[in-house]
Design a protein around this ligand. Structure first.
Ligand code: SAM
Length: 456
């Protein structure tokens, strides 16, 4: 049992006694890109001193720049079914909400995917409520197959990450065989009593089953798993320590921790009033949590969704976030109808994908549609080995520049193309390995001449 409420609460209390010298030592270690233990994270979580907090942000920015450069991976969610047997108090899909539920037919999936492909998306996060009758694993597998098969002009989805309820080893094996990217599941809260209170009914009520989901996924051969908590349900410091302990458990047992960590913050949803929650996380605390996670697990991707506004997304990209969603609809069939009939939560950044991509490029950031790693077998510990030996620069940046060129050729307007070309020109010298740089320059010309899906 790797999560123990008492242990976490005690550690947080004891950590308040950390001296300036202790904190300095921890920050020096973080600056060397060595990651942190959960005990060290606890010390950072409990420091209130401005000098330490300033240095946390400064190091987070440095780590972000060193490991991820200017790249930001872009994706979109695809909601396929809002049938749900759970009663998660905060969620617009909970079973006692009275609305016309919907599950997409395969034709409707194709319709949604066509729109996403026209936006330039290459990676999706497939989302569904939990309902073993109306949305069983075979339906999810059909969706995945339909998505991968749907190719429109030069559009195609090359990586489907899956965010569905915790399931059995047997069903995880089926997902693995369907070639999913990351299996994503948010613990929502690591605090057992709170977890049980906000998930009063349905299979999700079982804290332990939910907590052990990644062990079952790993047993089934899925070695890229993405964790997260829903900030606002319980104390944020407790949740970050929960994430760290979970990550250490996965590293210890399977040789690789989380591939990604998501940091959703609680939003209003129909049937859920935010005033009921006493642990809502303010902007400053939220930024601090993200920066500390960045210090603790420098090689783990960090994801922010359209739950946050433009300004917060910009700030967080500087201090840790490496993946953003763009142009998102969070209703079933929402891309085709653009109606917000019954969303899972309220979207804050409602700009179009094109607007978000232009915003990134104008800020000197490289939107990346790269999906190479899992297709090259670089998952789990193999990805971590690549990252930790500093080779990310010679792989991720090239793939980002090549996929940005594809986007530019296939979907962008003249102004975007002009800015993106300039950005690519400036970024090319950052590819340290000369051979790789030359290959990328050649490949960019090939893409401009019509070839697609070139990656290393
Ligand atoms: N049904 C699956 C499950 O139980 O894990 C998939 C989850 S759902 C499609 C994706 C995530 O949205 C949830 O795990 C939850 O963290 C988040 N979510 C739900 N309601 C939310 C709200 N009101 N505000 C912010 N995020 C919310």
């Amino acid at each position: 049992m790797f999560i123990d409420n008492k242990y976490i609460e005690n550690l947080l209390a004891e950590s308040k006694l950390s001296t300036d010298q202790d904190i300095k030592k921890i920050l020096d270690k973080a600056e060397g890109l060595q990651g942190l233990t959960h005990e060290e994270v606890a010390a950072l979580l409990t420091t209130g001193k401005k000098q330490h907090i300033d240095r946390i942000y400064q190091i987070a920015g440095k780590i972000k720049k060193n490991i991820y450069g200017n790249r930001v991976v872009v994706f979109a969610p695809l909601y396929v079914s809002d049938y749900c047997v759970n009663k998660c108090k905060y969620c617009g899909y909970k079973c006692d909400q009275d609305f016309q539920r919907k599950r997409l037919t395969m034709d409707e999936v194709r319709e949604e995917v066509a729109i996403l492909e026209k936006m330039g998306h290459k990676r999706l996060a497939l989302e569904a409520g939990e309902d073993p009758v109306n949305c069983d694993i075979d339906y999810i597998l059909d969706c995945i197959e339909t998505i991968y098969d749907m190719k429109l002009d030069n559009g195609e989805i090359r990586r489907v990450n899956v965010n569905i309820a915790a399931t059995t080893v047997e069903e995880f094996r089926k997902l693995k065989n369907a070639n999913i990217g990351t299996y994503i599941l948010f613990q929502e809260t690591y605090h057992r009593e709170t977890y049980e209170e906000v998930h009063p009914v349905g299979p999700k009520h079982n804290y332990q089953y939910h907590l052990d989901a990644f062990d079952r996924a790993m047993e089934a051969g899925i070695d890229d798993v993405g964790g997260g908590v829903l900030f606002g349900l319980y104390k944020p410091e407790f949740e970050v320590l929960g994430l760290m302990l979970h990550n250490e458990h996965l590293e210890r047992e399977y040789g690789a921790g989380f591939h990604t960590i998501s940091v959703p913050r609680l939003k209003a949803a129909s049937g859920s009033d935010l005033s009921e929650y006493k642990h809502l996380v303010d902007d400053e605390t939220f930024k601090k949590m993200v920066a500390i996670i960045r210090l603790a697990v420098p090689y783990t991707g960090m994801i922010i969704s359209t739950r946050e506004d433009e300004k917060m997304r910009r700030d967080l990209i500087k201090t840790g976030i490496s993946q953003v969603s763009a142009g998102s609809a969070v209703d079933v069939g929402g891309y085709s109808t653009r109606e917000h009939s019954n969303s899972q939560f309220e979207v804050t950044d409602s700009r179009s994908a094109m607007d978000i991509l232009s915003w990134l490029v104008e800020d000197g950031l490289v939107p990346s549609f790269c999906t190479a790693c899992y297709r090259q077998g670089r998952t789990g510990d193999r990805f971590m080995d690549l990252a930790k030996t500093g080779n990310i620069k010679n792989v991720c940046l090239p793939n980002a520049l090549m996929t940005l060129t594809e986007y530019m050729m296939d979907f962008a307007n003249d102004e975007f193309t002009k800015n993106a070309e300039e950005l690519i020109r400036k970024q090319l010298p950052d590819i340290e390995n000369e051979k790789v740089r030359k290959l990328v320059e050649k490949n960019i010309e090939k893409i401009k001449a019509g070839e697609r899906d070139l990656y290393i």
